[in-house]
Design a binder for this molecule. Structure first.
Ligand code: SAM
Length: 265
């Protein structure tokens, strides 16, 4: 059982005052906003792409959503939904080894993609506890270092909600995007929703990134196929060793980990 923490009245007052200060000092969200341990964001400025506009946002657990609050893939292996995140509640953020929180001064919506829980996945219920992707500030900020490396022919491994694919395709330095995604059903179901937002030619490879990427030629490969933040460094390094025709590699979270930047070839 978690330890019971009893705060004194003075400690409770201090926490409340700190929370009020944060709510009063919210700044506009922007593509340039930098991670800091306490991010305070104006909810009205937090605009995210809704792949299925009209899905009703909800803060109910993903297993308890009602019709109109989600879209499932044809065989129900994936669920798209829109999380309702309430004003003043904190969300976890990460940057390298540091953790922090973000809060908003108004309710915001956060689209998310869940996969059906496999027999070995932790938890109970039909869907995995954590989504493959959700458009939280932490996810958006930690994908940026990779997106900024994109140029020429860029491989994007891991489709998710297509966020990084879209951002990469918007860079003028990028000529062509090569998507590698494991799951055919995800590609068939969600890619048609993403395609209208892409601004560069796209090649699609469906299969295991560990097998496909070493066969590709590209300037950069951006790898986001890991369930956990920053836990793929060794696998990205190994992929880079086996991919002689790809000049540079980046993996989600690995570039912010001190001293673990992937070297240029
Ligand atoms: C974290 S999500 C990617 C999120 C994406 N970067 C975005 O911006 O929305 C991970 C994706 O990688 C895919 N994936 C997992 N393992 C893979 C593998 N071995 N090869 C290719 N894709 C994989 C998953 O199906 C999922 O679509």
């Amino acid at each position: 059982m978690a330890p019971r923490i009893q705060l004194t009245a003075a400690q409770q007052q201090a926490l409340l005052a700190r929370h009020r200060d944060r709510m009063r000092s919210c700044e506009p969200w922007s593509a340039a906003i930098k991670w800091k341990p306490e991010l305070n964001v104006q909810g009205s400025t937090y605009k995210v792409l809704e792949l299925w506009p009209g899905i009703v946002a909800s803060d109910a657990p993903v297993d308890q959503l009602e019709r109109g609050q989600y879209v499932d893939s044809p065989s129900r292996r994936f669920r798209y939904c829109v999380r309702l995140h309430r004003a003043g509640q904190t969300l976890l953020t990460w940057w390298g080894a540091q953790v922090g929180t973000v809060l908003f001064d108004h309710d915001v919506i956060i689209p998310a993609l869940y996969q059906a829980r496999g027999p070995d996945d932790p938890g109970t219920g039909e869907w995995t506890e954590t989504p493959w992707m959700s458009l939280t500030p932490a996810e958006l900020i930690t994908l940026r270092p990779g997106t900024r490396l994109a140029r020429g022919r860029t491989v994007v491994a891991g489709l998710g909600l297509g966020h990084q694919l879209i951002e990469v395709s918007r860079r003028i330095q990028v000529k062509r995007v090569i998507l590698v995604e494991l799951d055919q059903e995800l590609v068939d179901w969600i890619l048609p929703r993403i395609r209208p937002h892409l601004r560069k030619p796209l090649d699609v490879h469906v299969g295991d990134a560990y097998e496909i990427i070493p066969t590709l030629r590209a300037d950069v490969a951006l790898i986001d196929i890991f369930p956990g933040y920053g836990d793929g460094f060794a696998r990205v390094a190994e992929l880079a060793r086996r991919s002689p025709s790809i000049k540079k590699f980046w993996g989600w979270g690995t570039s912010e980990m001190t001293g673990l930047a992937q070297p240029d070839r």
